[in-house]
Design a protein around this ligand. Sequence first.
Ligand SMILES: [Zn+2]
Length: 472
Amino acid sequence: MANEAVLTPQGEDFPQWYQDVVARAELAENGPARGTMVIRPWAWAIWEHMQADMDRRIKATGVQNAYFPLFIPMSFLEKEREHVEGFSPELAVVTHGGGEQLAEPLVVRPTSETVINHLFAKWIQSYRDLPMLLNQWANVVRWELRPRLFLRTTEFLWQEGHTAHATYEEAQAETMQMLEVYRAFMEETLAIGVVVGEKSAAERFAGADRTYTCEGLMRDGKALQMGTSHNLGHNFARAFDIQYLSAEGRRELVATTSWGSSTRMLGAVIMAHGDDHGLRLPPAIAPHQAVLIPLGEGEVVRMVDKLAAELRADGVRAHVDSRFHLSFGRRSVDWELKGVPVRVELGPRELGAGRATLVRRDTRAKSPVPLDGVAMAVRGLLEELQRGLHAESLAYRDEHTYTVANLEEFRERVGDGGFFRLAWCGSEACEQAIGDGTGASIRAIVSEPPPGPACVVDGAPAAHTVLAARAY
Ligand SMILES: [Zn+2]
């Protein structure tokens, strides 16, 4: 009945498992316009916790939040050649408004470099105005031909940071600082082990000098790009004429950066931690960290309410599920699906014996706990779960990172999933050969000495160690 397989097992069909979880845990649905996404309350609450944590981390570096318009004049995008070339295929363009054809089409922002740099040019006059450090939380639109909820949708939500600096070196330092903010967030808050590194030229953000990425490994062995940070150098400053008067009285171009992370991270949490029973949420972002389920009414409910109050007083996000029209089993399965870290179950017999049952979502282990020790036990379990999920994710990443000596070995094994560490000379042709027929790409250039002296493709001297993988 309620306990029977509600989800397709991961090992049987991972994409179907993902769709099942998204639907059954009531996370999201397709919107009526193709490629759009409806985020349901449970996923939205998770997102709010992620957003609050990320926002705190961003502000701690001195960045301020602001808001810029949804519509951008087409001519703005055309100012930076690589930027417009990169984004053209994905643009949604508004040609009519108020019943009339517009004199100039408006682009629905795919990202906001152009409009923000336009304002930088106005706001930045002197070296005293630098650095300018801004972030916005917004929706963006990139036309998506093969949409997948949270991973690729035509409209998605994100934060995009935009900064301007006096020198290229300062912009580079900001780029690396924000990459580290992302890495720490993924590891500490989302409990996902990631790798960080630079993108190859082919994978760079359109208009950037250097792009850095955080990549996670999902439980099907595919990589997911979870956040990127770009040093835009002087490219946008030149296009938008952002100059400042230096302390020495010279006119200089600023150097800019941008960095973003999105609702895609919800997809990462689902695929990095989820199991055959549903989501497994790290306590840091769980809307309910503990759900208390009374089996029976009266005395049992009174005790459960008392325990919930104790937990809340201890700073735990506790929720009582008193949906008595649903069976006890159905309620348990529901919270298991939704990934709640700890369940506290109490029936009349247990109440008589002076104890409750604690169920942890990560291992699904049950343990009896005396009623007066519930609050302390739950807090302890939450800490353990946050650490445990992270350790599991790190171990998974490490166990699925392989060093390959040649292209044949890579081609044979890449289908099984994982990160493949290989030596690369840096040429575009060899990068293409790595992707040919494998469906894989270079995910990141990592700061390790090359695993061999020669490029796995053409045997030229190796310049880098890269991690290649199939990716979402
Ligand atoms: Zn090569």
